[in-house]
Design a protein around this ligand. Structure first.
Ligand code: SAM
Length: 247
């Protein structure tokens, strides 16, 4: 899969994409990332990429022509790639959307700046507007990094053996259970004994129940769309009536 990122600040990406999971995936050729400087596509003498908004008001708006030239050049090489505009007005990124995007051949991600991009960019080129949450960033670059990271870890082979996206929060609709590593006790806090027991059936049951508990406590609405077993349903009932502590 290829990610093409359109930005006015190409230097923002080098550190993030050269390290860890995405960096390793790039080095192993499991994905490709192209960083495109929108300013390179401005044709005037001063390579202007923004202008005052029609109708007045604060701030500047990113001009349509350099973005159009940049998108069209990338599209000529990757016609199947989907064009994503980062914007607080977009569909909020979640696990389901990350999975949808991971099924694409390529993503062309536009990073806005200032007051955003001329609306005609959206009308002419954009397949989907994506937000990373109900807040306003100074630019789309952090959103692009979040999208690439969330999508890349779902691609085949990107996570090493021993790591699995299938066990992560949201993969089965629930939040993940608590994790512990050595030492078995720290400042009076002991690791739950079941995790040291070697009894894999009991460990799996404990983890499932702790997932249900975490989800019930912090994101109860997620439980409405999860497939639950009879045992899960009994445990959720206990949580609802203030029980479920003795596990
Ligand atoms: N005036 C815009 C508005 O009120 O919706 C906000 C513009 S923001 C300062 C500049 C750029 O940051 C946006 O064009 C977009 O690319 C990016 N951005 C800001 N918040 C975002 C979010 N929550 N998700 C994705 N991108 C965001």
């Amino acid at each position: 899969m290829t990610f093409d990122i359109l930005t006015l600040f190409p230097g923002m990406f080098s550190g993030f994409f050269s390290e860890s999971i995405v960096g390793n995936a790039l080095a192993r050729g499991l994905l490709g990332i192209g960083i495109h400087n929108i300013r390179d596509y401005a044709t005037d003498r001063h390579r202007v990429t923004d202008d005052y908004p029609y109708g007045g008001g604060a701030g500047m708006v990113m001009k349509v022509e350099p973005l159009a030239a940049c998108i069209e050049e990338i599209k000529s090489q990757r016609p199947a790639a989907k064009v994503i505009l980062t914007t607080p007005r977009g569909r909020t990124l979640d696990h389901g959307l990350a999975r949808e995007l991971a099924a694409e051949e390529g993503l062309i991600i536009i990073c806005g700046r200032y007051e955003g991009v001329d609306e005609r960019v959206r009308e002419l080129f954009v397949d989907m507007e994506v937000s990373i949450g109900d807040f306003v960033l100074s630019g789309g670059e952090p959103a692009a990094v979040v999208i690439v990271d969330a999508v890349a870890r779902l691609l085949p082979g990107v996570l090493g053996c021993g790591e699995s996206a299938a066990d992560d929060s949201f993969a089965n609709g629930l939040l993940e259970y608590p994790q512990y590593t050595r030492p078995p006790e720290f400042r009076g806090l002991a690791v739950p004994p079941v995790l040291l027991s070697g009894n894999h059936r009991e460990i799996a049951r404990w983890r499932r129940r702790e997932s249900l508990r975490k989800t019930f406590m912090t994101r109860p609405e997620l439980l409405e769309s999860v497939c639950v077993t009879d045992d899960d349903a009994r445990f959720i009932d206990e949580l609802r009536t203030g029980g479920g502590d003795g596990e």
